[in-house]
Design a protein around this ligand. Structure first.
Ligand code: DHB
Ligand code: FE
Length: 299
């Protein structure tokens, strides 16, 4: 029976097939709503913001030269699309477009995010059959967790350079997923992309972090040593890093530092060869947050 099924398989569906989709690179960046406001209000050359935006000059040029067909953007929603009434651990945006959310001061004046329903549905199918529970979302507004990384990497275009599949991870309401689960999910996403029967170049972005805490007696916490060690290990030993327990992030990088587990999804989706480190940047502070940024290309 199995051989009959094989015979009817369309060509190009096997993992890694030359004609299929592939992940070319991963991008990592922090998000902070104030970065979006600084751009939208024309303050990016102010002395406070200039050093931050300078760190993304290279990245904007790199993205222009390496525009993918699709960006798979891992981010967290901040009680914007999902209220505390319903919180999926992992949610994949399968709609054909996503509106910028109103986070209290009106929606950011940024382009609508165009989706890629076909690839999103394929990834959902593959990853769910691989035993990861995803929530399928067919209507969703996207907050600063998604739009600020796009703004940092693209500036202020009339339209975003390519379709984006939003992938929301719950790092807001406990319990949150472990770094290990995120890393293994990244590997399942890689397999899913590589079995898509169209020759698409796909980038995967991991966003949020780095160290920051917005609440309680430790509000304002920044830990540069932790952040730099995280970047080093993310590049060189993601498998080892994936075993870091959740409590270490909270203790060392602050309550919102747990956003960093999302970077492990993107890293897990890269191939097993050492990546090319195309760009690395670190800056403190942006609002209450340490900003980290990496671009890794697959070898
Ligand atoms: C800030 C950081 C965040 O991650 C966030 O979601 C909101 C605010 C900040 O540093 O101000
Ligand atoms: Fe956040």
């Amino acid at each position: 029976m199995a051989s009959t099924v094989e015979q009817h398989k369309r060509p190009g569906l096997s993992p890694g097939a030359a004609t299929g989709a592939r992940i070319t690179a991963s991008v990592y960046t922090s998000h902070v709503p104030a970065i979006g406001a600084a751009l939208d209000l024309g303050k990016s050359n102010d002395p406070y913001w200039q050093p931050l935006f300078k760190g993304y000059e290279f990245s904007k040029e790199w993205l222009k030269e390496n525009t993918p067909d699709v960006i798979f953007l891992v981010y967290n929603d901040h009680a914007t699309a999902f209220s505390l009434e319903m919180i999926p651990t992992f949610a994949i945006g399968c709609a054909d477009q996503f509106q910028p959310a109103d986070e209290g001061w009106g929606p950011r004046p940024v382009p609508v995010v165009m989706g890629h329903p076909e690839l999103a549905a394929h990834i959902a199918q593959s990853v769910i059959q691989d035993d990861f529970d995803l929530t399928i979302v067919n209507k969703m507004n996207v907050d600063h967790g998604l739009t600020v990384p796009l703004s940092l990497m693209c500036g202020q275009p009339k339209a975003w350079p390519c379709p984006v599949i939003p992938f929301a991870v719950n790092v807001v309401q406990y319990p949150v997923p472990s770094g290990r689960r995120c890393y293994m999910l990244g590997r399942a996403i890689r397999k899913a992309v590589e079995s898509f029967d169209q020759p698409l170049k796909v980038q995967i972005w991991g966003t949020g972090g780095m160290s920051h805490q917005l609440q309680g007696p430790r509000a304002g916490l920044i830990n540069k040593e932790f952040d730099q060690a995280f970047l080093d290990q993310l590049i060189a030993d993601p498998e080892g890093l994936s075993h870091k327990p959740h409590i270490d992030y909270v203790r060392e990088a602050g309550s919102e530092g747990i956003e960093l587990v999302m970077w492990l999804i993107a890293r897990g989706a890269m191939n097993d060869r050492p990546p090319r480190v195309v760009h690395r940047f670190y800056h403190v502070p942006a609002s209450n947050t340490a900003v980290g940024h990496l671009i890794l290309e697959n070898n």
